[in-house]
Design a protein around this ligand. Structure first.
Ligand SMILES: NC(=O)c1ccc[n+]([C@@H]2O[C@H](COP(=O)([O-])OP(=O)(O)OC[C@H]3O[C@@H](n4cnc5c(N)ncnc54)[C@H](O)[C@@H]3O)[C@@H](O)[C@H]2O)c1
Length: 226
């Protein structure tokens, strides 16, 4: 797997800052300080400043993240985050597997708003409702190699059943894909030049369940004390 100079945790926080700033921009907020952003996100202002600094963003002019008491211009911060995260390049993404999950991803407009465009969709058996979605190019799996190679697609999402995921991964890697977001609940083997991120919603739920059980044990403890 390819080495990156920035940790996934920092990258995830930068993505969270970006998404939050996008919302602020939509709500016509012009300036934001690290303190205010931190309060919205539940992250310390020190952490935010450190993340931006570690990401080598040219923020020296706004070093204290509080220019004339107003903070950063939201549009400026968005631009540098967009540039650094590679979001302003209108990235074309392939999706393999247009079932329940794939269909939901295709219908989610927010990706396009941030320059991530699920453009090429492949399936062995398209569902008609999904096929009717506008602006998407649908193809049979047989065409994966041809379409991805011709359009030099580097990023793909796998949303097929686990038993088909490795075969799909092999085909898209052969066609030049270097970055894979894998939703199938299985690990896929890829060459060293390819990066895979395994996405699993149950991880988030397990995290929440931990807080729930901790809260309950605390309550039990308090009750027992009473
Ligand atoms: N990571 C998560 O949190 C999460 C959540 C939901 C589902 N999933 C996983 O995502 C995957 C998709 O889930 P779903 O609910 O959309 O399933 P689904 O059955 O609704 O859709 C799967 C789609 O993949 C297609 N398909 C099957 N084999 C294929 C192949 N070889 N090439 C191309 N297309 C193929 C099917 O025709 C179908 O349209 C599953 O592996 C599921 O376990 C993960």
């Amino acid at each position: 797997m390819r080495e990156t100079t920035i940790s996934n945790t920092v990258l995830e926080r930068l993505a969270i800052y970006y998404r939050s700033l996008k919302r602020l921009e939509e709500n016509k907020v012009d300036y934001i300080s690290s303190k205010e952003l931190g309060e919205i996100l539940g992250i310390s202002s020190d952490q935010i400043r450190r993340d931006l600094y570690d990401f080598r963003m040219d923020i020296s002019y706004y070093h204290d993240f509080g220019v004339r008491g107003r903070g950063y211009p939201v549009s400026y911060l968005l631009k540098i985050l967009e540039k650094s995260l590679g979001l302003n390049n209108n990235v074309e993404i392939a999706l393999i597997g247009a079932g329940s999950l794939g269909g939901a991803l295709i219908s989610y407009d927010e990706f396009k708003k941030i320059g991530l465009n699920i453009k090429y969709v492949f399936d062995i058996n398209f569902n008609k409702a999904i096929r009717d979605l506008a602006g998407i190019e649908f193809y049979d799996v047989e065409q994966i190699d041809e379409i991805l190679t011709k359009n030099q697609v580097k990023m793909a999402i796998i949303a097929v059943p686990a038993k088909a995921a490795q075969d799909v991964a092999d085909i898209i890697v052969e066609a030049g894909v270097e970055l894979i977001l894998n939703f199938a609940p299985t690990y896929i083997e890829v060459p060293n030049n390819v990066m895979v991120r395994n996405e699993d919603l149950s991880i988030g739920l397990i995290g929440l369940s931990y807080y729930l059980s901790n809260k309950e044990s605390e309550l039990t403890f308090v009750k027992n004390l009473g």
